[in-house]
Design a protein around this ligand. Structure first.
Ligand code: GLY
Length: 556
């Protein structure tokens, strides 16, 4: 009797946790991609089918950010299996790639060789990842989940202000490839607002994939055109490169922060390890008790230390030994924290040397939650806006310039006199180091799904979003928070307009921080499932043009 009374009391005081969300939620960088995801959920698809639809739709309507010619990381939570897994669809170096392929005979980097044109492109991973998602995790065939993207490619989508800005940024690169310019510009200039971009060749490629899965891209007519186009333009792809491409399922990186579990991207992304390192460092401080300058100082010092390690240790885990356990251990963070002074910035030059981060800054992120509690946090990229600005004729597939994410001159002292980045040297078949940080933050009460594009700034954006999230703020606060970034070298605190008030700025400068205001950056997409309140919420970064939305389930 006593035991029964005790159990009843426990039930009465325990918070009620919803086993399933009351609605589905989605946030992506383009309203048409968010709609494509909901369309697939309405057809009975799960979050993984919706992830296929959103990835493919973004490939069509955000050609400057991601695409079939690029790669990405899809972090999945499979509610049935109670399992998290990361699908690594990162590009690989072609098999004919070699360590010095972007250096001239004097050993100097050849300007733009790893950024523009066919030689800059790694072997794409997105098509293989979409096939894998559909086969291993989805409920619908690719023919269903790719249908919205095929329709968008055939019927066209309207040019937006963001499209025009991205196209203007890459005009010089477009000059070198008439096919890319024909597809994405008008008379050599960004198309006017509202102009319909139609992509019949891309629709054809998507249709091949809808019928044949990954083979529709990596073998047969599409592969032939891709390889022929790349080689004719000076690239080094072969049939074998495409036929051998495989996605890898990886165990995500995990950490703890103030009672929340952090689940994030594993290498070859540096995102999860750097994020957990920064949170481990910050866990030793009472941030809420500090003034704005004190908080910002500690956050910047945590960023500085995590980014130094990133440059030193991280690369493709299938090629280099990464001391993951050590880097993620709270004791290791204790050591890093011990070197932080409250009254003074640590000059980066006083920390042991490594090569600074360099990473293209266009990419895309989306977050999805479905009716069963399955979740996807996915960050996809073709690297610089419009990737390599190169399209193999007859394919409509804009290729990435992700080869630029390798360390182009490993082992050679750089402009700062530092040597490093051996872990991220070019090698045949190796995946280049990434900063993409698709993340879940989880407690008994909540599941938070977030991520952002932004090159080397992705990880610090996710850190700032995560700090807002664990403080109990709503998703709009995570995505809208003014941004601050430090990446070890250059030794500068970049910040958005309005990130600091006057006194905080003065206090940071008095500690020795060099502050540099820059135009806004990032495009975070976030979803929250609050199980205790049985509520869901979604938010899209107000800086750009995305759409976050919550939808009631369709009537049965
Ligand atoms: N290209 C951006 C990244 O992988 O981080």
């Amino acid at each position: 009797m006593l035991i029964r009374l005790f159990l009843l009391l426990c039930l009465a005081v325990a918070p009620l946790h919803a086993a399933q969300p009351p609605a589905s939620a989605m946030a992506s960088a383009h309203p048409l991609a968010t709609e494509a995801g909901f369309e697939i959920l309405d057809q009975g698809g799960n979050a993984f089918d919706a992830a296929v639809a959103v990835s493919a739709a973004l490939a069509v309507v955000e050609p400057y950010s991601s695409g079939l010619g690029g790669g990405g990381f899809w972090l999945l939570h499979d509610a049935d299996a109670s399992r998290d897994v990361m699908i690594d669809g990162r590009e690989r170096a072609p098999l004919a790639a070699h360590r010095d392929m972007y250096l001239d005979p004097r050993g100097e980097a050849i300007p733009r060789a790893s950024m523009d044109g066919a030689l800059a492109a790694g072997i794409p991973g997105v098509p293989a990842a979409l096939d894998h998602l559909a086969r291993e995790y989805g409920r619908l065939p690719l023919s269903a989940s790719l249908a919205p993207a095929i329709r968008l490619a055939r019927e066209g989508f309207a040019v937006t202000p963001h499209y025009r800005r991205m196209a203007a940024f890459r005009l010089e690169a477009f000059d070198k490839d008439p096919e890319a310019a024909r597809l994405f510009l008008r008379d050599g200039q960004p198309p006017e607002l509202g102009h319909l971009v139609r992509q019949p060749e891309l629709a054809w490629v998507l249709e091949r994939m809808a019928g044949e899965g990954a083979d529709g891209f990596y073998r047969g007519a599409v592969a032939e055109r891709l390889v022929a186009g790349v080689r004719k333009a000076g690239g080094i792809w072969t049939d074998k490169d495409l036929a051998e491409y495989q996605v890898v399922e990886r165990e995500p990186v995990r950490g703890q922060y103030r009672g929340f579990e952090i689940i994030s991207a594993a290498p070859p992304s540096s995102g999860g390890i750097a994020l957990v390192t920064m949170l481990n460092i910050l866990a030793g401080f009472d941030l809420a008790a500090l003034d704005e300058a004190g908080r910002a100082h500690l956050i910047v010092e945590a960023m500085r230390r995590a980014y130094r390690d990133r440059a030193e240790y991280l690369g493709d885990p299938d090629f280099v030994a990464i001391p993951t356990e050590r880097l993620l251990h709270p004791f290791y963070a204790d050591g890093l924290r011990a070197s932080i002074r409250m009254d003074k910035a640590t000059p980066s030059a006083s920390l042991p040397g490594a090569q600074p981060v360099k990473q293209g800054d266009d990419t895309t992120h989306f977050s999805i939650l479905d009716a069963d509690g399955n979740a996807v946090s996915a960050t996809l990229s073709i690297n610089y806006p419009f990737g390599a600005a190169f399209v193999p004729p007859g394919t409509g597939v804009l290729l990435n310039d992700e080869m630029d994410d390798f360390s182009i001159k490993p082992g050679v002292p750089n402009a700062y006199g530092l040597v490093g980045a051996e872990a991220n040297a070019i090698a045949p078949g190796r995946r280049m180091l990434s900063s993409m940080t698709p993340t879940f933050i989880r407690s008994d009460d909540q599941l938070m799904i977030l991520g952002s594009p932004g090159g080397s700034r992705i990880i610090t954006m996710v850190l700032l979003g995560a700090l807002e999230a664990v403080d109990g703020k709503p998703p709009l606060a995570w995505v809208a928070r003014p941004r601050v970034h430090h990446q070890y070298l250059p030794d500068v605190v970049y910040h958005e307009p309005g990130a600091f008030d006057g006194p905080a700025r003065a206090a940071l400068e008095a500690r020795g921080h060099a502050l540099l205001e820059q135009p806004t950056w990032g495009n975070m997409q976030a979803v929250l499932w609050d199980k205790a309140r049985n509520a869901v919420d979604a938010a899209s970064d107000p800086r750009v043009e995305g759409m976050g939305a919550v939808r009631a389930f369709p009537a049965p």
